[in-house]
Write a protein that binds this ligand. Structure first.
Ligand SMILES: Nc1nc2c(c(=O)[nH]1)N[C@H]1C(S)=C(S)[C@@H](COP(=O)(O)OP(=O)(O)OC[C@H]3O[C@@H](n4cnc5c(=O)[nH]c(N)nc54)[C@H](O)[C@@H]3O)O[C@H]1N2
Ligand SMILES: Nc1nc2c(c(=O)[nH]1)N[C@H]1C(S)=C(S)[C@@H](COP(=O)(O)OP(=O)(O)OC[C@H]3O[C@@H](n4cnc5c(=O)[nH]c(N)nc54)[C@H](O)[C@@H]3O)O[C@H]1N2
Ligand code: SF4
Ligand SMILES: [Mo]
Length: 807
């Protein structure tokens, strides 16, 4: 550690020497329309002689789960290029560069994009038309304070909603700044769930009591790896993140990898894996048939399963459960549906050959240490909770849990370095909606109750959402399901009376703002941040400098919110007398108190990556204590065991009111999803399953306006040659993708890398409707549904039926 630190310090000193030779602040760059406001952070931009390059340090704060440091070369206050940070020769990982991906490396194009928001704007046309006039910061902050006061007076704080967002994970501006402000004004309607993990985070605790998974590093000890819809090579691309941890682990163990996915992803290639193509929404059917094989071929240690689990067979069924209600009954066909879950039964549902299902069961049973995990694609479906619980059951049935080289069936979060954020205070409003139901909370709040819509903290929603604060998010329009419906709801300004959007760009959501504010991009901001949630066992802290002066009138939201607080007479309560830079320094001091080896802040703030660490191997095994001694280390379930049969879910199923066709089940059963290939009410009209995926070309809708990235990784709909031939479509053709909700035009990639009967489109393209109402921006959410999954009330944005034709 010492030598690592010494190297970091010497790096920063030489840089400081460079910076010391300053003459004057360079002149405003050509792109800036002048009026840069004073940035609250101490140093604004690099102070180096004109015409000389200098190096500054920032980080990519988007929501890809990674957090890559960016080494930014600046000349005359203009970003010249972006590089990976130096890799110290020796650190906790050996040579380890937290290497940014193509998106982070292209940040300069996002900062200098012509659609940057430059000034505060006020809507002048109809809502959604995108017509605005420029106003001053004083007018904007006063108007916002007045609207907040008006709405809180008239409807109460529950009418104010802070929308789900994930565009910029700052610690000392952005989300925490807004929540702090809203709490000072009396609070706001909460949400639970995320667009990422609704089904998996709600369903998992029914089996295990809480969410947990083993670090990928455990794969060093595995001989077999089974991944359900897990695509690290495209979704966790950072050199400091999980894809790198997995690569190193696989290199060490040479484990065999099987990837179950409707698409032949980049991960299949980079992991040298076998691809098992599966129909979307059917993972629970596959697992059921694996269980059938395991049981009928005596490949299960039943005593072991009964020791750790509830409901595998009748001997561990909880009181009150039907006598034929065990998992074994469900699988063997002696349960209430009288259907044996044979591999032939599953073949018809999943598209995977019965013989391959049998073989897979034997492979898993015969492995010494099988690491089973799922990405979040399998759960972002109308029956996602069932897939999650089924996949979680597989390690339990096969004994591959709690031991080196094994997992829980879930995806592992990272160890956090532990950098504090601006405290957001206390929200006195305790009511919470599932985040995917916000449009309903605008449109018809009167129908939202605990038993029908999963409302928490209250039986029934009293008022709907009358004010939306939408910061660094595009779920207001682009990232939410059924854009045509959402737009219509938002266009009516008698429903939601005030919409505030804070962004960097004129996005599809920004066009729906009443007041539109420009924030700094992260390259113009100062902050102190953690590693993000997908860096695996690797964790670190990054000090971000403003690499160029904030351009035009863009500002940090910390300063914006402090000004709004002042209109409530609460500036001091908001700031506690600190500038943003002083909060950052305070947080650094708190970290240093726990890690005394760290350098002083005056040095650290110019270092970029200040420190990096790795979790120990032993910390990385989920359920280790439980496996060792299930009585001494019970799970947080009601029984203390892993619950294959959940009495809590059986009770919910009786008490909740579900839409027709929706099911909550005590066992991890396969339930055919609405709008899947098994939904014959629709397949005549719309015969193709449309699944979405997260593309390496952008992070959701962020970076989607960087044209260079589209050249590297274009947005295309993937289609199997069999389906293409039937429709007269050739590779590269422009096609029309449609269902009852809308029409999208996009280029078609005809490829064997996708299973027949399924098409797949990247999410995150910016919606753009032409005069005929066709989305020529290629946004999948013109086609997706706003309705929710049964238990989590989560987004089913991968479950869609469509037809495709050549334009
Ligand atoms: N490059 C890039 N990286 C990102 C993001 C991004 O937008 N771009 N977004 C980030 C965020 S916020 C998140 S939440 C994560 C998302 O991470 P995930 O949710 O894991 O990503 P997806 O691409 O939605 O799904 C992963 C895989 O599941 C497959 N899949 C879909 N349906 C099914 C199914 O029913 N069964 C099975 N077995 N497989 C299925 C998809 O084809 C896909 O290859 O990625 C993060 N990383
Ligand atoms: N069909 C479909 N839809 C999906 C998904 C899917 O798989 N399929 N995935 C869902 C998932 S998992 C997620 S997480 C959501 C993501 O949806 P969002 O959380 O909305 O993420 P982005 O689309 O990246 O939008 C982030 C916004 O933040 C802005 N931004 C970036 N940096 C800054 C900054 O420094 N300051 C401010 N103020 N703004 C900034 C960007 O310009 C962008 O408009 O999408 C969901 N939508
Ligand atoms: S998008 Fe993610 S992987 Fe790429 S540079 Fe940014 S943080 Fe790193
Ligand atoms: Mo996400």
């Amino acid at each position: 550690m010492d030598s690592f630190l010494k190297q970091l310090l010497s790096r920063s000193l030489s840089r400081r020497d460079l910076v010391k030779n300053t003459s004057k602040v360079s002149s405003a760059i050509a792109l800036a329309g002048a009026i840069p406001l004073p940035f609250s952070a101490s140093a604004s931009a690099a102070e180096v002689p004109d015409g000389q390059e200098s190096v500054r340090h920032s980080a990519c704060l988007v929501n890809c789960g990674s957090r890559c440091p960016l080494r930014v070369v600046v000349k005359d206050d203009v970003i010249v290029r972006i590089e990976p940070e130096d890799c110290p020769d020796e650190n906790v990982f050996g040579k380890h560069q937290i290497r940014p991906c193509l998106r982070g490396r292209s940040s300069r194009w996002r900062v200098y994009s012509p659609d940057r928001l430059k000034h505060p704007l006020k809507r002048v046309g109809k809502r959604g038309e995108g017509k605005f006039k420029r106003i001053s910061w004083e007018e904007a902050t006063k108007y916002i304070a007045d609207e907040l006061k008006r709405i809180i007076d008239k409807y109460g704080n529950e009418a104010v909603y802070y929308n789900y967002q994930s565009g910029a994970y700052y610690h000392n501006q952005g989300t925490t700044a807004w929540k702090r402000l809203l709490n000072i004004t009396g609070g706001y309607l909460r949400y639970y769930n995320t667009y990422s993990t609704a089904q998996i985070s709600v369903a998992t605790p029914y089996t295990f009591g809480e969410y947990g998974a083993s670090h990928f590093d455990q794969i060093r000890h595995s001989d077999l790896v089974v991944f359900f819809g897990m695509n690290l090579s495209e979704t966790r691309m950072s050199g400091g993140g999980q894809v790198e941890e997995l690569r190193r682990a696989l290199e060490s163990s040479q484990a065999q990898v099987i990837v179950i996915d409707p698409r032949y992803t980049d991960s299949v290639i980079t992991e040298h894996a076998e691809w098992l193509p599966i129909r979307p929404t059917t993972d629970a059917a596959l697992v059921s048939a694996l269980a059938w094989t395991l049981i009928t071929e005596n490949l299960i240690d039943e005593a072991l399963v009964n020791r750790y689990c509830v409901g595998f067979d009748g001997s561990t069924l909880p009181e009150g459960a039907p006598s034929n209600g065990s998992y074994k009954d469900y699988i063997l066909g002696t349960g209430s549906d009288n259907t044996p879950k044979t591999p032939e039964w599953a073949e018809a549902i999943t598209g995977i050959a019965a013989s391959r299902i049998r073989q897979l069961a034997r492979q898993i049973a015969g492995a010494k240490a099988c690491y089973i995990a799922q990405g979040w694609g399998p759960q972002r479906h109308a029956n996602g909770e069932q897939s999650v619980r089924a996949i979680n059951t597989l390690p339990l049935l096969t004994g591959h849990f709690g031991l080196p080289g094994t997992n829980t069936g879930n995806w592992p979060y990272a160890t956090k370095y532990g950098v504090p954020s601006l405290p957001d205070g206390n929200n006195p409003v305790t009511t919470a909606i599932p985040c995917y139901l916000w449009t309903d909370a605008v449109l018809n709040p009167e129908i939202i109750t605990d038993k029908t819509h999963g409302l928490r903290g209250k039986e029934k929603l009293d008022v709907g959402i009358k004010c939306i604060v939408n910061q660094a998010g595009n779920t207001l329009v682009n990232q939410h399901g059924d854009i045509n419906r959402t737009s219509k709801i938002l266009e009516d300004d008698t429903k939601c009376e005030f919409i505030l959007v804070i962004d960097n760009h004129m996005t599809p959501s920004a066009k729906f703002a009443d007041i539109l504010l420009p924030e700094t991009s992260y390259l113009e901001a100062q902050d102190l941040v953690d590693n993000s949630y997908a860096s695996g066992s690797h964790h670190y802290m990054i000090a971000m400098q403003p690499v160029v002066k904030p351009m035009w009138e863009v500002r940090s939201t910390y300063d914006i919110c402090a000004d709004i607080a002042a209109h409530f007479g609460q500036r001091d309560a908001y700031t506690e007398g600190r500038t943003q830079a002083q909060w950052i320094e305070k947080h650094y001091a708190e970290v240093k108190e726990k890690r005394p080896y760290l350098p002083e802040w005056s040095q650290a703030k110019e270092m970029g990556v200040v420190d990096q660490q790795a979790a120990t191997e032993q910390q990385g095994i989920a359920l280790a204590g439980f496996r060792q001694d299930p009585v001494a280390n019970p799970l947080k379930t009601p029984s203390g065991k892993a619950e294959i049969y959940s009495a809590r879910l059986e009770k919910l199923a009786r008490e909740w009111v579900l839409p027709e066709g929706d099911k909550i089940t005590a066992l991890p059963e396969f339930c055919a999803a609405k709008e899947s290939h098994l939904d014959t009410s629709l397949t005549g009209k719309y015969p193709l399953q449309l699944s979405g995926f997260h593309t390496k070309g952008h992070t959701h809708s962020t970076y989607s306006n960087v044209r260079q990235l589209h050249e590297a990784a274009p947005d295309e709909i993937w289609m199997n040659p069999l389906d293409a031939r039937q429709r007269g479509i050739a590779n590269g053709d422009k096609v029309r993708v449609f269902n009852d909700r809308g029409v999208v035009e996009i280029q078609c990639k005809v490829t064997h890398r996708i299973i027949p009967g399924v098409v797949a489109m990247p999410e995150g393209g910016w919606t753009r409707r032409n005069a005929a109402g066709v989305d020529v921006g290629g946004c999948i959410n013109t086609l997706t549904s706003h309705s929710v999954s049964p238990l989590a009330k989560g987004n089913p944005q991968h479950t869609n039926l469509v037809e495709v034709s050549k334009v």
